[in-house]
Design a binder for this molecule. Structure first.
Ligand SMILES: Cc1cc2nc3c(=O)[nH]c(=O)nc-3n(C[C@H](O)[C@H](O)[C@H](O)COP(=O)(O)OP(=O)(O)OC[C@H]3O[C@@H](n4cnc5c(N)ncnc54)[C@H](O)[C@@H]3O)c2cc1C
Length: 311
């Protein structure tokens, strides 16, 4: 029996969690899922039982409390393996579960096979290296690299079981106290279908006006490289990359971005990449599906003008 932590927003499971369910099914069955707060319909994702943890103090993310609940449930069910998405939250919670259980944790896996020992393929160095590993453990603790596995639906008769977890006061000390919206409710970078990103080539904070304009016309989110956040032109929440957000849009438009490995680690799951760069030899050209070689200050407004004409 496998237990999978499923992250959700407003009763809808996150894509990385659905990808995790797909990979977990290749490892074994039956699959039990844990969701915290409101129930999620997982009957199209091969889940036999959805456990819904409901607690008055759990209206916001509290990593110690989530780890306690996941650990207690794994013990109660005798789970042979516990999975979570390799998101910030998933890795945070699973690291705490591993510390509590004194077991090893394999993070950012893209393929798994049951053992013993369990064999895994893991992403390392922001995905630029794949590691083949063996996990010697009484209970496999695994996180799945986001956007590395396509979601495959599987019908199942899902039973839903609600329960109230027993939590200690100290497990609720670390929790999300407040949500601050930085974009006035715009499209979230992690989930956007189109992302328009700017790098050093944009030249200044004010230079992002043309990037924002194009993003607005496409209903896209604005992203950027680390040079841009380091210069204070954009907030860190906009950064795409190894130390920023990992995205998987249908289209990624990279303007004035060279395509350093650490940047590509965050956008290589994009279905299509359009690079706009004055340097035809820039490394991003090797990863781009489409490229425009030229000055972004001319090309980006020209694309926006064309889109306006067609609206
Ligand atoms: C541990 C570590 C973690 C890192 N994490 C990240 C990360 O998460 N995300 C990230 O982005 N980086 C990260 N970096 C930094 C990364 O290595 C690069 O330095 C950075 O991505 C470069 O940003 P850039 O492409 O905007 O700038 P540059 O590399 O300077 O490239 C600018 C590009 O703009 C083009 N250009 C200039 N003017 C124009 C114009 N007018 N029109 C069109 N094109 C133009 C140039 O030809 C060039 O290709 C990390 C580095 C380290 C060491």
């Amino acid at each position: 029996m496998l237990l999978v932590l499923v992250e959700q927003t407003g009763g809808v499971a996150s894509d990385p969690s659905l990808q995790t369910l797909t990979l977990a099914r290749s490892f074994g069955e039956p699959i039990h899922a844990l969701v915290i707060g409101s129930a999620v319909d997982l009957s199209h994702h091969g889940v036999a039982v959805t456990h819904v943890a409901v607690h008055d103090e759990l209206d916001s993310f509290a990593p110690d409390a989530w780890a306690a609940i996941l650990g207690q449930l794994a013990d109660r069910l005798g789970a042979g393996a516990v999975f979570a998405a390799g998101t910030d939250r998933g890795n945070d919670v699973m690291a705490r579960v591993a510390a509590r259980m004194r077991l090893p944790l394999a993070t950012n896996c893209i393929a798994v096979a049951p053992g013993p020992p369990v064999t895994l393929t893991r992403q390392r160095w922001g995905g630029s290296l794949l590691e083949e590993a063996r996990l010697h453990s009484a209970r496999a603790l695994i996180t799945v690299a986001p956007h590395s596995v396509p979601i495959e639906p599987a019908r199942a008769e899902t039973r839903v079981e609600r329960f109230t977890p027993q939590l200690k006061e100290q497990e609720l000390v670390v929790h999300v106290a407040e949500h601050v919206s930085t974009k006035g409710g715009g499209v979230s970078l992690a989930e956007a279908k189109v992302v328009v990103s700017g790098g050093r080539g944009v030249g200044s904070k004010e230079g992002f006006a043309i990037i924002e304009d194009l993003a607005g016309l496409l209903g896209a989110a604005v992203g950027c490289s680390r040079v841009v956040t380091s210069a204070g032109w954009r907030p860190h929440t906009d950064q795409v990359g190894q130390t920023g957000t990992k995205i998987a849009p249908e289209l990624y438009i990279a303007c004035g971005i060279s395509g350093a490995t650490q940047h590509m680690a965050g956008c290589k799951a994009a279905k299509r990449i359009l690079a706009i760069n004055s340097d035809a030899e820039a490394p991003i050209m090797l990863n781009a599906d489409y490229a425009v070689v030229g000055d972004l200050k001319e090309i980006v407004p020209a694309i926006s003008a064309e889109l306006r004409k067609r609206k």
